[in-house]
Design a protein around this ligand. Structure first.
Ligand SMILES: [Zn+2]
Ligand SMILES: [Zn+2]
Length: 424
């Protein structure tokens, strides 16, 4: 029974699926198909653009093929797609997972969605959907604990720290109907044996759907021009007044940003989060401290005590192995070139990893560069990191045939890996 808990978890192949969602233009009603990661919707019929927002996570339903007279019950499933990092004495282990798990604990319904969500087009939950929506009673946190337990079984103990960098969390409702058995309304097949007499679906808390997709007009709050970026961008740009905007609740919030000017005529700028944090349990306030903590082969210079330490985290998705390597390189480099508080006049890679997820990486990043490694065992659990402020910084990379290269900080990113990361 446990085998169906996780519908696919692929550590080596790191395979993942971007779900497809059927959508209707809120302006003209024209049908469209979105990728799960799309946020900026540009209707190809009426050309009205809107930005999809959610307060916590998106909610979808699977389409049903049930006979017309059936009363549908929608059972919620948590879906988590992202990276897990585990800090061990041997180093950091990572996994990429794409999993689902029931959000209402019941042995009568399947434990996971299986592969169905990958082969069917989903729809957003709307208040017009007929059916009874069961209330999630198992929290996402609880479900993540189940996954952690399962994934850490084979790992050597102790585990000093673990983090979930999950950029895609959603609630997917799967339709069922109930006769003498429970029927999957997607396939019209029974998924339970004959139900006991005392089974009643009314005992599960639920009711009509109380969620709908919300969207924002994409006008720059500052100057009224259209904001721009790629469909999956989490941050939008105004090229007219040179500003950068982050959707927060029902509006766009202005974001502190800058770029480090690059040289060359084939540049692409990648977004990073530069994070100021209060760190306790280890002395890491200045660049001089960093040289000591990471045991860098450098002679500490007097003025390095005055250079404040900052974490650097990726604001874009890439495979877990590269993810940690790039964050470590950037943090150890502590870029302090002069920054220009405008958008660069070159191609910009969209922000696809939010600051909330970047903050999750800080302790893992620290564990990755502390040396000697026995310090991880001795100290990591006692270290606390309290983020204080952040800024978005665009770093120039040379666009070569197969790679993007940052010559100053010596960071190389495989272009293929970056392109494939769209699915992550
Ligand atoms: Zn339209
Ligand atoms: Zn503007």
């Amino acid at each position: 029974m446990k085998a169906c808990l996780i519908h696919f978890s692929a550590t080596n192949v790191e395979r993942s699926i971007n779900l497809l969602i059927e959508y209707q233009c809120p302006q003209c009603g024209a049908p469209a198909t979105l990728q799960e990661t799309d946020r900026l919707f540009d209707c190809e019929y009426c050309h009205v653009k809107s930005y999809l927002v959610e307060k916590d996570f998106f909610r979808y339903i699977l389409p049903n093929a049930a006979p017309k007279n059936k009363n549908l019950v929608y059972v919620p499933y948590w879906r988590f797609k992202g990276m897990l990092f585990y800090c061990l004495s041997q180093g950091i282990q990572h996994r990429f997972i794409d999993v689902s798990h029931q959000a209402v604990q019941s042995r009568y319904f399947p434990f996971s969605l299986g592969f169905r969500s990958q082969t069917l087009k989903l729809q957003f939950v709307s208040q017009e959907t007929n059916g009874r929506f069961l209330k999630p009673t198992l929290s996402l946190q609880k479900v993540m604990e189940i996954f952690d337990k399962r994934f850490t079984q084979a790992l050597p103990k102790p585990i000093f720290h673990q983090s979930h960098i999950g950029e895609t969390i959603s609630l997917i409702y799967s339709p069922y109907y109930i006769d003498n058995k429970i029927y999957d309304a997607v396939s019209n097949r029974a998924v339970s044996s004959v139900l006991p007499d005392d089974f009643s679906i009314d005992l599960f808390p639920g009711g009509p759907p109380d969620w709908r997709i919300r969207f924002l007009p994409i006008l720059c709050p500052n100057c009224g021009w259209d904001l721009h970026d790629q469909p999956d961008a989490l941050i939008l740009h105004c090229e007219n007044c040179n500003s950068v905007w982050q959707p927060v609740e029902n509006s766009f919030k202005k974001l502190k940003f800058a770029h480090i000017p690059g040289e060359g005529d084939n540049l692409v700028y990648l977004p990073f989060w530069r994070i100021k944090a209060e760190i306790s349990g280890i002395n890491l306030i200045s660049y001089a401290d960093l040289v000591k903590v990471a045991n860098l082969p450098k002679a500490i210079q007097e003025d390095w005590h005055d250079i404040k330490f900052r974490f650097w985290a990726l604001a874009f998705k890439v495979r877990p192995r590269s993810f940690l390597r790039i964050a470590r390189h950037m943090t150890l480099s502590q870029p302090r070139e002069k920054m220009d508080p405008t958008l660069p006049d070159a191609r910009i890679h969209p922000v696809t990893l939010p600051i909330s997820e970047a903050l999750e990486t800080l302790k893992t990043n620290l564990a990755d560069f502390i040396k000697p490694k026995k310090l991880v065992q001795a100290k990591l659990r006692d270290i606390t990191i309290r983020p204080k402020s952040y800024a978005l910084v665009y770093i120039p990379f040379d666009d070569k045939i197969h790679e993007l290269i940052q010559p100053v900080y010596k960071v190389t990113i495989n272009k293929n890996q970056l392109a494939l990361a769209g699915n992550l």
